[in-house]
Design a protein around this ligand. Structure first.
Ligand code: JFZ
Length: 605
């Protein structure tokens, strides 16, 4: 099974490399167009649990994931005692508009709040069930109403998180203790019909237009107590009352199973790996917890979170970043300050994110950063190069495009001063400005008058000047192709175990003619030289007898012996003309003497 998965992954990687994907997100439901353009939103986890701040009677939350909103379940708190946390709420201080104002400052376009989280407590005045803010506090507040009004006032869309599957309050709902004690389908449907559906009707009726519903069942319905019929009933109520509201896949129905589900939710904090044609989103945290947690001290950096937005946008995805306010509405300065910094970056560089999406070049083709793309109304095609590591030599190369750009400039430069560049065949060299145009992540715009044409399958030159040819960027292979993942804390690198004669091909563009050194890294555990490697390019064939590489120690004093991967010089190849070249590697191992191939490195002498 594991092998199959790996082979599939590998094939997917190859196919992604080979295919020319279209630019628009073709599998986007009409109602999701705004979502695909907006790219960035706020998530708010706030509820009764916020009063505990991750501790109960002196004891920390009983789980290493530090999800403080789970405290009632984790620490086995009785209902009445749990509700006692409501005494900690300072209703005079709480002001949902402040959250919306912060979201706006952060450059976010929508705000999704936990209207009802797993504890079952409703943040609005629900007539359906008296387990809510209206019945159990004297505040006379309806947080959903106030948030809806603030969103409307500031031009943001409202999202509603509703825990449909899990509800620790209703006796017939799902809580994970029922894995021990069980629950009948009839009883569960009782909960569904008397709480979920009527509460959803309230939310759909009383709060104006709702941008999206965020459900939170992270499994397919087939593995849960919830039936597909129940989910379709719920979705039908949404479509009936608010046909424009989006629904995420944690409803329990995947976008593949039901194309009427509007967007896919990845796992918590999981960033995208592949370009997708349907809308998708990562919900992420600044610190590990979603709800406020007194213990929080690991704060994701601003540039890390900006990279998350960039990464996802470059693959047609969204990013929804969470805050967990306190019981007086306050937002921790560590969160607030980062959101403001993100907003500052977006106010300058937002054109690269809003209304932008994936370009056709493979993810991580360029090791200087990532690319987003948009076609403007005036018919210009803009590539946004996000430079994660500003090069000290002030030059970067954009590879894989045949056309000459019409203009290059820094997005942060209001005067749009030309950045000089040199275009040759399929590469563009940019002479970057002396000053880094943005202190966090500079963005360079490369503009074209028509959609630039791609060269498929090219391995770009790396920032350090050579070409890194790996199992990930090859264009075709015969023989052994299975990618073995890195292991043992990454001391064993990713490789292909070659047991039979196999061939691998890559494509590079040589700009500077001359002699290039060819090195290859592999592990070979035989005792004597056995089998050979051949590398062919530009009419030259280099042959190399496979050398035993022996063992090494991955970690001192840990009894951690691993195969050694060692780089050998295979020889040199002269490229006498600028142009595209194919590089072929043939590995001919002897029987029962596999070679573990890691990479080929091509670098000008
Ligand atoms: C869920 C909630 O349980 C959590 O409190 C929070 O609201 C988050 C956004 O969503 O957390 C998850 C999500 C996925 C898994 C486990 C918990 N999972 O895939 O195992």
């Amino acid at each position: 099974m594991a092998i199959l998965v790996r082979i599939t992954c590998f094939i997917v990687i190859i196919l992604l490399g080979l295919s020319q994907l279209s630019l628009s997100q073709v599998n986007t439901n009409e109602r999701a167009k705004w979502f695909v353009d907006d790219r960035f939103g706020m998530f708010i986890h706030w509820g009764v649990y916020s009063g505990a701040e991750g501790y109960w009677k002196g004891e920390k939350l009983r789980h290493g994931n530090n999800y403080s909103e789970w405290i009632q379940y984790r620490n086995r708190i009785e209902r009445d005692e749990y509700l006692g946390l409501l005494d900690k709420f300072d209703w005079n201080a709480i002001d949902p508009e402040k959250w919306v104002i912060l979201a706006k400052k952060a450059g976010m376009k929508y705000v999704t709040i936990t209207a009802k989280h797993h504890d079952g407590f409703a943040l609005w005045d629900s007539k359906v069930r008296d387990y809510d803010i209206g019945s159990l506090t004297n505040s006379k507040r309806d947080i959903i109403k106030e948030l809806a009004q603030a969103c409307a006032k500031h031009g943001l869309k409202l999202g509603i998180y509703y825990s449909h599957w899990i509800d620790w309050e209703h006796p017939d709902s799902w809580d994970h203790s029922k894995e021990v004690y069980g629950i009948s389908a009839e009883d569960y449907d009782q909960y569904w019909q008397e709480k979920v559906i009527p509460q959803m009707r309230e939310l759909l009726t009383n709060y104006g237009p709702i941008g999206l519903f965020w459900f939170d069942m992270w499994k397919n319905h087939s593995e849960t107590v919830v039936t597909k019929e129940q989910l379709l009933q719920l979705k039908a109520v949404i479509r009936e009352l608010q046909p424009n509201a989006l629904v995420n896949s944690r409803l329990g129905l995947s976008v593949e199973e039901d194309s009427d589900v509007d967007f896919q939710s990845l796992q918590d904090n999981e960033l995208g790996q592949f370009k997708k044609e349907h809308p998708w989103q990562t919900a992420g945290t600044i610190s590990p917890s979603w709800g406020y947690f007194a213990k929080d001290s690991e704060w994701r950096s601003t540039s890390n979170m900006l990279r998350a937005i960039i990464n996802n946008t470059s693959l047609n995805g969204n990013y929804m970043l969470n805050i967990g306010p306190r019981t007086n509405g306050d937002i921790h300065y560590e969160m607030e300050s980062r959101l403001i910094e993100m907003g500052e970056w977006l106010s300058v560089n937002g054109d690269a994110i809003y209304g932008s999406g994936a370009f056709d070049l493979p993810k991580d083709m360029h090791d200087w950063g990532q690319i987003t793309y948009k076609k403007t109304d005036e018919g210009k095609h803009k590539l946004f190069l996000h430079i994660f590591n500003w090069p000290l030599n002030k030059t970067i190369t954009l590879s894989g495009l045949k056309d000459k750009p019409s203009k290059v400039y820094a997005l942060a430069d209001k005067s749009r001063k030309d950045i000089s560049f040199k275009h040759q065949d399929v590469v563009v060299h940019l002479n970057l400005p002396a000053e880094q145009p943005d202190k966090l992540i500079p963005v360079i715009v490369v503009e074209y008058d028509q959609k630039p044409e791609i060269v498929d399958d090219l391995t770009a030159m790396s920032v350090s000047g050579g070409y890194s040819l790996t199992p990930r960027n090859l264009i075709s292979a015969t023989g052994d192709v299975e990618l073995v993942e890195k292991a043992r804390y990454e001391t064993i690198p990713e490789h292909i175990k070659v047991t039979t004669s196999s061939s691998y091909k890559w494509k590079i563009y040589i700009e500077e003619v001359g002699k290039y050194n060819i090195d290859t890294s592999y592990s070979f555990q035989g005792n004597d030289n056995a089998g050979n490697i051949e590398i062919t390019a530009a009419g030259t064939l280099l042959s190399h007898v496979i050398i035993p590489t022996g063992k090494t120690v991955g970690e001192p004093d840990e009894d951690w012996v691993i195969d050694n991967y060692h780089a050998s010089r295979v020889g040199e190849i002269e490229f006498s003309k600028a142009g595209l070249y194919q590089i072929e590697l043939k590995v001919n191992p002897e029987i029962n003497k596999p070679l573990k191939f890691q990479w080929v490195w091509v670098e000008k002498q």
